[in-house]
Design a binder for this molecule. Structure first.
Ligand SMILES: Cc1ncc(COP(=O)(O)O)c(C=O)c1O
Length: 383
Protein backbone atom coordinates (compact mmCIF):
# COMPACT_ATOMS: atom_id res chain seq x y z
CA UNK A 1 0.00 0.00 0.00
CA UNK A 2 2.93 2.37 0.66
CA UNK A 3 3.95 1.87 -2.96
CA UNK A 4 0.41 2.44 -4.19
CA UNK A 5 0.07 5.55 -2.02
CA UNK A 6 3.16 6.98 -3.69
CA UNK A 7 1.89 6.06 -7.18
CA UNK A 8 -1.61 7.36 -6.62
CA UNK A 9 -0.86 10.72 -5.07
CA UNK A 10 -0.43 12.91 -8.20
CA UNK A 11 -3.96 14.32 -8.44
CA UNK A 12 -4.37 14.43 -4.69
CA UNK A 13 -1.16 16.44 -4.17
CA UNK A 14 -2.16 19.04 -6.75
CA UNK A 15 -5.61 19.28 -5.21
CA UNK A 16 -4.18 19.62 -1.69
CA UNK A 17 -1.80 22.38 -2.74
CA UNK A 18 -4.71 24.11 -4.42
CA UNK A 19 -6.83 23.77 -1.25
CA UNK A 20 -3.95 25.30 0.81
CA UNK A 21 -3.76 28.26 -1.58
CA UNK A 22 -7.53 28.78 -1.35
CA UNK A 23 -7.42 28.67 2.47
CA UNK A 24 -4.56 31.18 2.52
CA UNK A 25 -5.53 33.61 -0.24
CA UNK A 26 -9.27 33.03 -0.77
CA UNK A 27 -11.36 31.01 -3.23
CA UNK A 28 -10.79 33.45 -6.06
CA UNK A 29 -7.01 33.35 -5.81
CA UNK A 30 -6.83 30.10 -7.78
CA UNK A 31 -8.59 28.37 -10.65
CA UNK A 32 -9.08 24.81 -9.42
CA UNK A 33 -9.35 22.36 -12.33
CA UNK A 34 -8.00 19.37 -10.41
CA UNK A 35 -10.97 17.11 -9.64
CA UNK A 36 -13.86 15.78 -11.71
CA UNK A 37 -16.31 16.37 -8.88
CA UNK A 38 -19.52 17.89 -10.28
CA UNK A 39 -20.49 21.00 -8.33
CA UNK A 40 -23.98 21.54 -9.76
CA UNK A 41 -26.91 20.33 -7.63
CA UNK A 42 -28.69 17.15 -8.72
CA UNK A 43 -31.41 17.83 -11.33
CA UNK A 44 -34.97 18.44 -9.98
CA UNK A 45 -35.99 14.86 -10.94
CA UNK A 46 -33.62 13.54 -8.26
CA UNK A 47 -35.11 15.65 -5.44
CA UNK A 48 -38.69 14.65 -6.21
CA UNK A 49 -37.67 10.99 -6.57
CA UNK A 50 -35.88 11.20 -3.22
CA UNK A 51 -38.97 12.61 -1.51
CA UNK A 52 -41.14 9.90 -3.09
CA UNK A 53 -38.77 7.11 -2.07
CA UNK A 54 -38.65 8.37 1.52
CA UNK A 55 -42.43 8.80 1.70
CA UNK A 56 -43.05 5.32 0.32
CA UNK A 57 -41.10 3.61 3.10
CA UNK A 58 -42.24 0.19 1.83
CA UNK A 59 -41.85 -2.85 4.08
CA UNK A 60 -38.33 -4.24 3.75
CA UNK A 61 -37.05 -1.03 2.20
CA UNK A 62 -34.12 -0.88 4.62
CA UNK A 63 -33.26 -4.55 4.94
CA UNK A 64 -30.58 -6.70 3.36
CA UNK A 65 -31.65 -7.82 -0.08
CA UNK A 66 -30.46 -9.90 -3.02
CA UNK A 67 -26.79 -8.92 -3.49
CA UNK A 68 -27.65 -7.80 -7.03
CA UNK A 69 -30.14 -5.20 -5.75
CA UNK A 70 -33.89 -4.60 -5.44
CA UNK A 71 -35.83 -6.61 -8.05
CA UNK A 72 -38.08 -3.72 -9.01
CA UNK A 73 -35.09 -1.37 -9.41
CA UNK A 74 -33.28 -3.87 -11.65
CA UNK A 75 -36.44 -4.23 -13.75
CA UNK A 76 -36.65 -0.46 -14.27
CA UNK A 77 -32.96 -0.14 -15.11
CA UNK A 78 -33.23 -3.07 -17.55
CA UNK A 79 -36.18 -1.52 -19.38
CA UNK A 80 -34.39 1.84 -19.53
CA UNK A 81 -31.25 0.25 -21.03
CA UNK A 82 -33.36 -1.84 -23.39
CA UNK A 83 -35.28 1.20 -24.65
CA UNK A 84 -32.10 3.24 -25.10
CA UNK A 85 -29.91 0.55 -26.65
CA UNK A 86 -32.50 -1.42 -28.62
CA UNK A 87 -31.08 -4.63 -27.11
CA UNK A 88 -33.36 -6.87 -25.02
CA UNK A 89 -32.05 -6.84 -21.45
CA UNK A 90 -33.76 -8.99 -18.81
CA UNK A 91 -33.80 -7.61 -15.24
CA UNK A 92 -31.73 -10.60 -14.17
CA UNK A 93 -28.82 -9.25 -16.27
CA UNK A 94 -28.66 -6.03 -14.22
CA UNK A 95 -26.79 -5.72 -10.95
CA UNK A 96 -26.87 -2.53 -8.87
CA UNK A 97 -23.44 -1.33 -7.74
CA UNK A 98 -21.73 1.21 -5.48
CA UNK A 99 -20.97 3.59 -8.33
CA UNK A 100 -18.83 2.73 -11.32
CA UNK A 101 -15.84 2.17 -9.03
CA UNK A 102 -17.76 -0.55 -7.17
CA UNK A 103 -19.12 -1.97 -10.43
CA UNK A 104 -15.68 -2.21 -12.05
CA UNK A 105 -14.19 -3.96 -9.04
CA UNK A 106 -17.10 -6.40 -8.84
CA UNK A 107 -16.76 -7.24 -12.55
CA UNK A 108 -12.96 -7.56 -12.52
CA UNK A 109 -13.00 -9.79 -9.46
CA UNK A 110 -15.64 -11.94 -11.13
CA UNK A 111 -13.67 -12.29 -14.38
CA UNK A 112 -9.97 -12.35 -13.55
CA UNK A 113 -7.76 -15.28 -12.71
CA UNK A 114 -4.33 -14.35 -11.35
CA UNK A 115 -2.10 -13.13 -14.20
CA UNK A 116 -4.98 -12.44 -16.61
CA UNK A 117 -4.44 -9.38 -18.74
CA UNK A 118 -6.70 -6.35 -18.92
CA UNK A 119 -6.08 -4.04 -21.86
CA UNK A 120 -7.03 -0.41 -21.51
CA UNK A 121 -6.56 2.52 -23.88
CA UNK A 122 -4.37 5.46 -22.86
CA UNK A 123 -5.06 8.07 -21.68
CA UNK A 124 -7.14 6.38 -18.97
CA UNK A 125 -8.81 6.97 -15.60
CA UNK A 126 -5.95 6.69 -13.06
CA UNK A 127 -7.83 4.31 -10.76
CA UNK A 128 -7.87 1.54 -13.39
CA UNK A 129 -4.38 0.24 -12.52
CA UNK A 130 -5.46 -0.11 -8.88
CA UNK A 131 -8.69 -1.90 -9.77
CA UNK A 132 -6.87 -4.39 -12.00
CA UNK A 133 -4.15 -4.93 -9.41
CA UNK A 134 -6.80 -5.49 -6.69
CA UNK A 135 -7.85 -8.71 -8.41
CA UNK A 136 -4.50 -10.13 -9.50
CA UNK A 137 -4.75 -8.87 -13.07
CA UNK A 138 -2.05 -7.31 -15.23
CA UNK A 139 -2.85 -4.00 -16.90
CA UNK A 140 -1.66 -3.67 -20.52
CA UNK A 141 -1.85 -0.17 -21.92
CA UNK A 142 -2.52 0.51 -25.60
CA UNK A 143 -2.03 4.03 -26.93
CA UNK A 144 -4.79 5.84 -28.78
CA UNK A 145 -3.91 8.23 -31.63
CA UNK A 146 -3.22 11.98 -31.38
CA UNK A 147 -7.00 12.42 -31.68
CA UNK A 148 -7.43 10.06 -28.68
CA UNK A 149 -9.39 7.60 -30.82
CA UNK A 150 -8.75 3.83 -30.54
CA UNK A 151 -6.24 2.27 -32.91
CA UNK A 152 -7.53 -1.22 -33.84
CA UNK A 153 -4.11 -2.36 -35.11
CA UNK A 154 -2.35 -1.49 -31.87
CA UNK A 155 -5.15 -3.18 -29.95
CA UNK A 156 -4.82 -6.35 -32.05
CA UNK A 157 -1.06 -6.39 -31.48
CA UNK A 158 -1.49 -6.18 -27.69
CA UNK A 159 -3.81 -9.21 -27.37
CA UNK A 160 -2.21 -12.35 -25.95
CA UNK A 161 -3.49 -15.72 -24.81
CA UNK A 162 -3.91 -14.16 -21.33
CA UNK A 163 -6.13 -11.28 -22.45
CA UNK A 164 -9.42 -11.58 -20.58
CA UNK A 165 -10.79 -8.03 -20.63
CA UNK A 166 -10.61 -4.91 -22.75
CA UNK A 167 -11.67 -1.92 -20.67
CA UNK A 168 -12.79 1.19 -22.57
CA UNK A 169 -14.17 4.52 -21.40
CA UNK A 170 -16.08 6.80 -23.76
CA UNK A 171 -16.79 9.69 -23.31
CA UNK A 172 -13.30 9.56 -21.93
CA UNK A 173 -11.72 10.79 -18.75
CA UNK A 174 -9.28 12.62 -19.23
CA UNK A 175 -9.68 13.55 -22.94
CA UNK A 176 -13.42 14.03 -23.46
CA UNK A 177 -13.13 11.92 -26.65
CA UNK A 178 -16.26 10.05 -27.73
CA UNK A 179 -15.74 6.80 -29.67
CA UNK A 180 -18.22 6.67 -32.56
CA UNK A 181 -20.02 3.46 -33.54
CA UNK A 182 -17.41 2.77 -36.23
CA UNK A 183 -14.59 2.87 -33.63
CA UNK A 184 -16.42 0.55 -31.24
CA UNK A 185 -17.30 -1.68 -34.21
CA UNK A 186 -13.61 -1.86 -35.15
CA UNK A 187 -12.72 -2.87 -31.57
CA UNK A 188 -15.47 -5.51 -31.73
CA UNK A 189 -14.01 -6.92 -34.96
CA UNK A 190 -10.52 -7.18 -33.47
CA UNK A 191 -11.86 -8.92 -30.37
CA UNK A 192 -14.08 -11.33 -32.32
CA UNK A 193 -11.12 -12.32 -34.50
CA UNK A 194 -8.89 -12.81 -31.45
CA UNK A 195 -11.57 -14.88 -29.68
CA UNK A 196 -11.89 -17.16 -32.70
CA UNK A 197 -8.10 -17.55 -32.89
CA UNK A 198 -7.51 -18.03 -29.15
CA UNK A 199 -10.61 -20.06 -28.40
CA UNK A 200 -11.74 -18.14 -25.34
CA UNK A 201 -13.94 -15.10 -24.71
CA UNK A 202 -12.48 -11.62 -24.35
CA UNK A 203 -14.91 -9.38 -22.50
CA UNK A 204 -15.36 -5.77 -23.53
CA UNK A 205 -16.04 -3.80 -20.34
CA UNK A 206 -17.49 -0.41 -21.27
CA UNK A 207 -17.19 2.24 -18.55
CA UNK A 208 -20.13 4.39 -19.65
CA UNK A 209 -20.13 6.81 -16.72
CA UNK A 210 -20.13 9.93 -18.99
CA UNK A 211 -22.59 8.48 -21.54
CA UNK A 212 -25.09 11.30 -21.09
CA UNK A 213 -22.61 14.16 -20.91
CA UNK A 214 -22.12 14.91 -24.61
CA UNK A 215 -22.00 18.02 -26.81
CA UNK A 216 -22.82 19.07 -30.36
CA UNK A 217 -25.27 16.20 -30.91
CA UNK A 218 -22.62 13.51 -30.32
CA UNK A 219 -24.07 10.09 -29.60
CA UNK A 220 -22.46 7.34 -27.58
CA UNK A 221 -23.05 3.92 -29.17
CA UNK A 222 -24.04 1.04 -26.90
CA UNK A 223 -21.28 -1.59 -27.01
CA UNK A 224 -24.09 -4.04 -26.14
CA UNK A 225 -25.37 -3.64 -29.70
CA UNK A 226 -21.97 -4.15 -31.32
CA UNK A 227 -20.25 -6.99 -29.49
CA UNK A 228 -21.82 -10.01 -27.73
CA UNK A 229 -19.27 -10.36 -24.91
CA UNK A 230 -20.00 -6.92 -23.47
CA UNK A 231 -20.39 -5.81 -19.88
CA UNK A 232 -21.58 -2.26 -19.24
CA UNK A 233 -20.59 -0.41 -16.09
CA UNK A 234 -22.47 2.80 -15.41
CA UNK A 235 -23.08 5.22 -12.58
CA UNK A 236 -25.20 8.21 -11.65
CA UNK A 237 -22.25 10.09 -10.09
CA UNK A 238 -21.73 12.43 -13.02
CA UNK A 239 -25.05 12.72 -14.84
CA UNK A 240 -27.11 13.23 -11.66
CA UNK A 241 -24.28 14.95 -9.70
CA UNK A 242 -24.62 12.48 -6.82
CA UNK A 243 -21.07 11.08 -6.63
CA UNK A 244 -21.30 10.87 -2.83
CA UNK A 245 -24.36 8.61 -2.95
CA UNK A 246 -22.36 5.73 -4.49
CA UNK A 247 -24.90 4.33 -6.90
CA UNK A 248 -24.51 2.74 -10.32
CA UNK A 249 -25.16 -0.49 -12.18
CA UNK A 250 -23.66 -3.30 -14.23
CA UNK A 251 -25.33 -4.89 -17.27
CA UNK A 252 -24.06 -8.22 -18.54
CA UNK A 253 -25.10 -8.70 -22.15
CA UNK A 254 -27.60 -11.56 -22.49
CA UNK A 255 -25.52 -12.62 -25.51
CA UNK A 256 -22.29 -12.86 -23.48
CA UNK A 257 -20.62 -16.24 -23.14
CA UNK A 258 -21.30 -17.59 -19.63
CA UNK A 259 -23.57 -14.60 -18.89
CA UNK A 260 -25.35 -16.38 -16.04
CA UNK A 261 -22.10 -17.54 -14.42
CA UNK A 262 -20.75 -13.98 -14.63
CA UNK A 263 -23.93 -12.58 -13.07
CA UNK A 264 -23.80 -15.13 -10.25
CA UNK A 265 -20.13 -14.30 -9.75
CA UNK A 266 -20.86 -10.55 -9.66
CA UNK A 267 -23.53 -11.05 -6.98
CA UNK A 268 -20.97 -13.04 -5.00
CA UNK A 269 -18.18 -10.47 -5.49
CA UNK A 270 -20.58 -7.67 -4.47
CA UNK A 271 -20.99 -9.60 -1.23
CA UNK A 272 -17.42 -10.65 -0.55
CA UNK A 273 -15.82 -7.34 -1.48
CA UNK A 274 -17.88 -6.01 1.41
CA UNK A 275 -20.40 -3.93 -0.55
CA UNK A 276 -23.13 -6.53 0.26
CA UNK A 277 -25.51 -4.56 -1.94
CA UNK A 278 -25.72 -1.07 -3.45
CA UNK A 279 -27.29 1.48 -1.04
CA UNK A 280 -30.97 0.67 -0.75
CA UNK A 281 -32.40 4.19 -0.68
CA UNK A 282 -30.19 5.40 -3.55
CA UNK A 283 -31.34 2.43 -5.65
CA UNK A 284 -34.97 3.32 -5.11
CA UNK A 285 -34.33 6.99 -5.88
CA UNK A 286 -32.44 6.47 -9.16
CA UNK A 287 -34.99 3.95 -10.37
CA UNK A 288 -37.54 6.80 -10.28
CA UNK A 289 -35.44 9.29 -12.26
CA UNK A 290 -33.63 7.24 -14.89
CA UNK A 291 -34.47 9.80 -17.57
CA UNK A 292 -33.18 12.79 -15.57
CA UNK A 293 -29.80 14.28 -16.37
CA UNK A 294 -27.69 17.24 -15.39
CA UNK A 295 -27.97 20.65 -17.04
CA UNK A 296 -25.40 20.82 -19.88
CA UNK A 297 -25.40 24.56 -20.65
CA UNK A 298 -22.71 25.49 -18.11
CA UNK A 299 -20.43 22.59 -19.10
CA UNK A 300 -20.74 23.59 -22.74
CA UNK A 301 -19.98 27.23 -21.94
CA UNK A 302 -16.99 26.20 -19.81
CA UNK A 303 -15.68 23.93 -22.54
CA UNK A 304 -15.95 26.64 -25.18
CA UNK A 305 -14.28 29.35 -23.09
CA UNK A 306 -11.40 27.08 -22.04
CA UNK A 307 -10.81 25.52 -25.47
CA UNK A 308 -10.49 28.94 -26.99
CA UNK A 309 -8.37 30.37 -24.16
CA UNK A 310 -5.88 27.48 -24.14
CA UNK A 311 -5.67 27.42 -27.95
CA UNK A 312 -4.99 31.17 -28.09
CA UNK A 313 -2.30 30.77 -25.45
CA UNK A 314 -0.50 28.32 -27.76
CA UNK A 315 -1.67 24.95 -26.43
CA UNK A 316 -2.89 22.28 -28.85
CA UNK A 317 -6.41 21.40 -27.73
CA UNK A 318 -8.68 18.66 -29.06
CA UNK A 319 -12.25 19.92 -28.57
CA UNK A 320 -13.98 17.37 -26.34
CA UNK A 321 -17.27 15.90 -27.46
CA UNK A 322 -18.18 14.60 -24.04
CA UNK A 323 -17.48 14.45 -20.28
CA UNK A 324 -16.07 17.62 -18.65
CA UNK A 325 -12.35 17.40 -19.27
CA UNK A 326 -9.84 19.01 -21.63
CA UNK A 327 -6.49 17.38 -22.26
CA UNK A 328 -4.27 20.03 -23.87
CA UNK A 329 -0.74 19.32 -25.05
CA UNK A 330 2.11 21.18 -23.38
CA UNK A 331 3.89 23.33 -25.94
CA UNK A 332 7.47 22.12 -26.10
CA UNK A 333 8.37 22.14 -22.43
CA UNK A 334 8.19 19.17 -20.08
CA UNK A 335 4.71 18.59 -18.64
CA UNK A 336 5.76 19.14 -15.02
CA UNK A 337 7.39 22.46 -15.90
CA UNK A 338 4.31 23.40 -17.90
CA UNK A 339 1.93 22.50 -15.02
CA UNK A 340 4.18 24.33 -12.52
CA UNK A 341 4.14 27.41 -14.75
CA UNK A 342 0.33 27.34 -14.91
CA UNK A 343 0.19 26.78 -11.15
CA UNK A 344 2.43 29.80 -10.61
CA UNK A 345 -0.23 31.80 -12.46
CA UNK A 346 -3.01 30.35 -10.28
CA UNK A 347 -4.28 27.67 -12.71
CA UNK A 348 -4.23 24.19 -11.15
CA UNK A 349 -4.30 21.24 -13.56
CA UNK A 350 -3.15 17.61 -13.36
CA UNK A 351 -0.10 16.33 -15.30
CA UNK A 352 -0.96 13.92 -18.12
CA UNK A 353 1.36 11.20 -16.84
CA UNK A 354 -1.23 10.52 -14.10
CA UNK A 355 -3.46 9.33 -16.97
CA UNK A 356 -0.82 7.40 -18.87
CA UNK A 357 0.15 10.10 -21.35
CA UNK A 358 2.94 12.54 -20.54
CA UNK A 359 3.27 15.84 -22.36
CA UNK A 360 -0.34 16.80 -21.66
CA UNK A 361 -2.40 17.97 -18.69
CA UNK A 362 -6.00 17.51 -17.63
CA UNK A 363 -8.36 20.39 -17.00
CA UNK A 364 -11.52 19.29 -15.16
CA UNK A 365 -14.11 21.96 -15.97
CA UNK A 366 -16.95 20.79 -13.72
CA UNK A 367 -16.46 24.17 -12.01
CA UNK A 368 -18.33 27.50 -11.86
CA UNK A 369 -18.24 29.41 -15.14
CA UNK A 370 -16.56 32.33 -13.34
CA UNK A 371 -13.53 30.12 -12.68
CA UNK A 372 -13.18 29.48 -16.44
CA UNK A 373 -13.51 33.20 -17.21
CA UNK A 374 -10.77 34.01 -14.66
CA UNK A 375 -8.54 31.32 -16.16
CA UNK A 376 -9.20 32.67 -19.66
CA UNK A 377 -8.15 36.16 -18.53
CA UNK A 378 -4.90 34.73 -17.09
CA UNK A 379 -4.25 32.72 -20.26
CA UNK A 380 -4.83 35.75 -22.47
CA UNK A 381 -1.66 37.25 -20.95
CA UNK A 382 0.28 34.26 -22.28
CA UNK A 383 -0.99 34.68 -25.84
C1 LIG B 1 -13.90 7.02 -16.11
C2 LIG B 1 -14.38 6.88 -14.71
N1 LIG B 1 -14.77 5.67 -14.27
C3 LIG B 1 -15.20 5.49 -13.02
C4 LIG B 1 -15.26 6.53 -12.11
C5 LIG B 1 -15.75 6.26 -10.72
O1 LIG B 1 -17.05 6.79 -10.61
P1 LIG B 1 -18.07 6.47 -9.43
O2 LIG B 1 -18.19 7.72 -8.63
O3 LIG B 1 -19.35 6.14 -10.09
O4 LIG B 1 -17.52 5.34 -8.68
C6 LIG B 1 -14.86 7.82 -12.51
C7 LIG B 1 -14.87 8.94 -11.58
O5 LIG B 1 -14.35 10.01 -11.81
C8 LIG B 1 -14.41 8.00 -13.85
O6 LIG B 1 -14.03 9.19 -14.31
Amino acid sequence: MAEQLARGSGIRKTWEECARMKAQFGEDAVCDFTLGNPIAPPPPGWSSALREAVAEDAPGAHRYMDNAGHGEVRRRVASYVQADSGIAVPASNVLMSCGAAGGLNVVLKALLDPGDEVITLAPFFPEYPFYVDNHGGRLCVVETGDDFQPDPQRLAAAITSRTKVVLVNSPNNPTGAVYPAAAVGAIAEVLAEAEARLGHPIYLVADDIYRRIVYDGATVPWALALYPNTIIVNSFSKDLNVAGERIGYVVVSPRAEQAQAILDACAMTTRILGFVNAPSLAQRVVSRCLEASTEMAEYRANRDVLCEAFARAGFRVQKPQGAFYLFPKCPGSHELACCADLRGRGIFVVPGSAFGRAGHFRVAYSVPHQTCLRAAAILSRLA
